[in-house]
Write a protein that binds this ligand. Structure first.
Ligand SMILES: Nc1ncnc2c1ncn2[C@@H]1O[C@H](COP(=O)(O)OP(=O)(O)OP(=O)(O)O)[C@@H](O)[C@H]1O
Ligand SMILES: [Mg+2]
Length: 249
């Protein structure tokens, strides 16, 4: 997998959402650990003054090479230091506000992940994040988090409607979604990602699928609309810009 990933130049990911609690830290921590598990030298920058990512990871043995406290003003220096230290990937966990700090993270990112739960207010916030990302001329992906799991193989209506509502948001929605899994909370309480909690669990498989999709996009390997095992929606990559959120019925 390492050779297949073949990272040569450090990439930077900003995980953003204007809505508190949507799952920025969950996505940032788990993608960092998924990257490392796949041989990508990933480090996590905690740019949120609440320091949630640090709260999760600081007590670990590998913390010194894994998690860095930072701020919007210090991001550029941290990126340079990480590059010099040989990192392949820097993931930035951001606060919901202020917008100026979020914008600083977006500016330095190769790819921005706008995280949203499949609820009206989160999706509206995601559209606002997309506006910032586009205004700064950056690439992005919308990540749906805390989606209810499929029942008997059928995607819950709320998730289908979220994909529908985001269809013309201006950035594609990742086909790999994260489901609402209690393992995410258990893992954080144990200073771990869901991959380390139980690598065979559904939550871990979802994180791995999401990392694969994010990494391919970071490396500009735009796939044709592919239906992954975690994609029941068939929406593919939708990139019609400039439209606002469609109403959720
Ligand atoms: N997929 C999920 N399944 C279950 N619980 C989740 C999931 N994603 C996030 N959570 C839980 O929801 C809460 C908020 O998540 P998180 O801290 O990642 O959000 P955030 O966007 O970083 O919040 P903030 O805006 O405060 O920084 C946490 O308790 C987290 O464990
Ligand atoms: Mg957070």
């Amino acid at each position: 997998m390492e050779a297949e990933l073949g990272a040569t130049q450090m990439k930077t990911l900003a995980v953003v959402s204007r809505k508190g609690g949507s799952g920025k830290t969950t996505v940032a921590v788990n993608l960092t650990m998924a990257a490392r598990a796949m041989g990508v030298k990933a480090v996590l920058a905690d740019a949120d003054p609440l320091r949630s990512a640090c709260d999760v990871l600081k007590g670990r043995e590998d913390a010194a090479s894994l998690i860095f406290e930072t701020s919007a003003a210090k991001l550029f220096a941290l990126i340079e230091a990480s590059r010099r230290a040989g990192a392949d990937l820097l993931i930035i966990d951001t606060p919901a506000v202020p917008e100026a700090d979020v914008a600083e993270a977006v500016k330095v990112a190769d790819l921005c992940l706008a995280v949203a739960r499949p609820t009206y207010l989160d999706l509206a916030a995601a559209v606002r994040s997309v506006t910032i990302i586009q205004r700064l001329g950056k690439d992005g992906l919308i990540i749906l988090n805390q989606c209810a799991p499929p029942r008997n193989g059928v995607e819950p209506p709320q998730v289908v409607k979220a994909f529908e509502a985001l269809r013309f948001a201006g950035l594609p929605v990742a086909s790999a979604v994260l489901r609402s899994r209690v393992g995410h909370q258990t893992a954080f309480a144990q200073r771990r990602s869901v991959l380390e909690l139980d690598g065979q669990a559904a939550a871990a498989a979802e994180v791995r699928a999401l990392f694969g999709e994010v990494w391919r996009r970071l490396r500009s390997e735009r796939p044709a609309p592919v239906r992954s095992a975690n994609d029941d929606h068939g929406r593919g990559w939708t990139t019609r810009p400039g439209l606002t959120l469609a109403p959720i019925a």
